[in-house]
Design a protein around this ligand. Structure first.
Ligand code: URA
Length: 328
């Protein structure tokens, strides 16, 4: 199937939005057109489109609608899933937390889901605490293989005691895009690869909507390389000890754009306690690379109404990537 058709199908737009002959459109144009439709869909459902001040630079407006396209009637949450895709049931409930009031009952959590940070008010944040001990400072000089070996044998924090595998990162080491998640879940710990559960499937669809694929112009890594037992919050010192690995990965990949997935990743990278709502819609910076913040795919699996916002974030990321010279 041609790339443009695949992208439209992943967006859930193919049956209604592909005009006769659209398959002849170049893939990039098709992606841009799909983006426009999704943005139009969002406008129709009156989703809050953040237009807060841009920190580093402002992205260009989304591309115009496909000429002659039918008026947008699709549900905004179709953005990354086929129309009749079932809601994905959580696989396992996270460790018990104090029960909230009935009206505030949060959705159940999936086992590879760290995005519950997104629905917790103000967590203790890594940047509030001084790093107790940093990895050996030669990390900043390591090439890929020694870096991977260093991570695989890392014992700098207590997470090494319970891990099955470290989760170093995966993908194109010369990618223009870098996706950064939070920490490995149970599946990732078992397989040694980031985002392999249901959330990973949604991430793959999100990438596909940008004409990216795991290993093709995108590198995927996490802030934390080892699974926190029971999917608990990573502790501030664990984040601090792990950060040089990520910094080195960013330095080696030299991406043109970073997409931070979820509140924890965003707050850790940007060293802020600001809410994800306030961080979305702006261009930030990490290690000199533009950063766009979006929701964690695991969160999106249970918060369908926010998929359209995530699509808006991806459009901003695409615009920012282009403005940084990406795709040339
Ligand atoms: N959630 C993440 O943030 N990263 C993973 O690798 C898996 C789940």
């Amino acid at each position: 199937m041609p790339l443009d058709e695949i992208a439209l199908e992943e967006l859930g737009l193919a049956p209604r939005w592909v005009r006769k002959g659209v398959a002849a459109v170049a893939p990039q144009e098709a992606i841009a057109a799909a983006a426009s439709v999704a943005v139009a869909v969002e406008a129709e459902v009156e989703v809050e489109v953040a237009a807060p001040p841009v920190v580093a630079r402002e992205a260009s407006a989304p591309a115009p609608l496909i000429e002659g396209a039918a008026p947008p009637k699709a549900r905004a949450e179709d953005a990354f899933a086929p129309e009749d895709a079932p809601f994905v049931q959580p696989e396992r409930v996270a460790p018990a937390k104090p029960a909230p009031a009935a009206s505030e009952e949060p959705p159940a959590f999936t086992e590879d889901d760290f995005a519950w940070f997104d629905s917790v008010s103000e967590a203790v944040l890594p940047h509030d605490v001084e790093p107790a001990r940093a990895p050996r400072n030669d990390v900043a000089t390591l090439d890929w293989e020694p870096l991977a070996e260093r991570v695989a044998s890392c014992t700098l924090c207590r997470l090494c005691e319970k891990r099955t595998n470290t989760v170093f990162g995966v993908g194109d080491r010369e990618a223009e895009w870098m996706v950064i998640g939070e920490a490995p879940g149970e599946n990732e710990d078992r397989q040694g690869e980031p985002f392999v559960g249901q959330a990973g499937k949604l991430l793959d669809n999100m990438l596909r909507s940008l004409a990216l694929a795991r290993g093709e112009n995108v590198y995927i890594a996490n802030v934390i390389k080892c699974r926190p037992p029971g999917n608990r919050n990573p502790e501030p010192d664990e984040v601090a000890r792990c950060e040089p690995y990520l910094q080195r990965q960013v330095a080696l990949v030299k991406p043109k754009i970073i997409v931070a997935m979820g509140r924890f990743a965003a707050q850790s990278l940007l060293k802020t306690s600001n809410s994800i709502a306030s961080l979305r819609g702006r261009v930030h910076e990490y290690e000199g690379v533009p950063v766009i913040v979006t929701y964690h795919p695991a969160y999106l699996l249970r918060s369908l109404q926010d998929k359209s916002k995530a699509w808006t974030d991806l459009c901003l990321a695409r615009d920012t990537w282009r403005a940084a010279g990406g795709g040339q």
